[in-house]
Design a protein around this ligand. Sequence first.
Ligand SMILES: Cc1cc2nc3c(=O)[nH]c(=O)nc-3n(C[C@H](O)[C@H](O)[C@H](O)COP(=O)(O)O)c2cc1C
Length: 195
Amino acid sequence: MKFNVSEIQSVIEERRTIKPSQFKSRKVHKEIVEKLLNAAKWAPTHGLTQPWHFQVFMEEGINRFADFQASTYKTITPKEAFNKSKYKKLKDRPLESSVIIALCMKRQESQKIPEIEEIQSVACAVQNMSLLATAYGIGTYWGSGGVTYTKQMHSFLNLGKNDKCLGFLYLGYPSIDWPKGQRKPIEYFTDWHLK
Ligand SMILES: Cc1cc2nc3c(=O)[nH]c(=O)nc-3n(C[C@H](O)[C@H](O)[C@H](O)COP(=O)(O)O)c2cc1C
């Protein structure tokens, strides 16, 4: 065996979504973030376009991100639909994390590779980060709610016309016991074609 298969399998199975409210105050250092970004870049990419673009928010950047999210929600939400607790969550949740990575797809100029493949490629890169984070004992939370897909967020992130923000990866050391996951057995989602 070239690698320790059971360790790798454990990392895959134990990668868990852990929400920022379940993070402890211990910060994730920049050196670790760099390791995660270096893992991200080894994702498969059709035509080697390497369509990922990550924007890392730390320190003051997190406050700026939190303020922007919350104020954008306030601006774009009609008065009668405004939800105070949603607003508070958008403002407070980022502050529970020491690192937030905006997960963006940078569209190649020629647009030769189908967009769906570029998005898939970024998702693979995110999984690489999440798996390595798991190995470090760091929980990840991929959030895509709130104002993620708005044109305001698009310009906040300085994205090009055809680029896309796919969400945000929050990182943190869990304050809780590592959660157990659950999945259906393979029979539920696999058809075998043997002839
Ligand atoms: C593209 C994507 C977007 C997601 N967005 C959200 C989100 O907005 N809110 C949320 O609670 N979880 C979000 N998640 C996390 C899922 O809820 C989580 O992966 C799922 O519950 C399975 O749990 P696990 O990651 O621990 O296996 C997202 C996951 C993906 C892949």
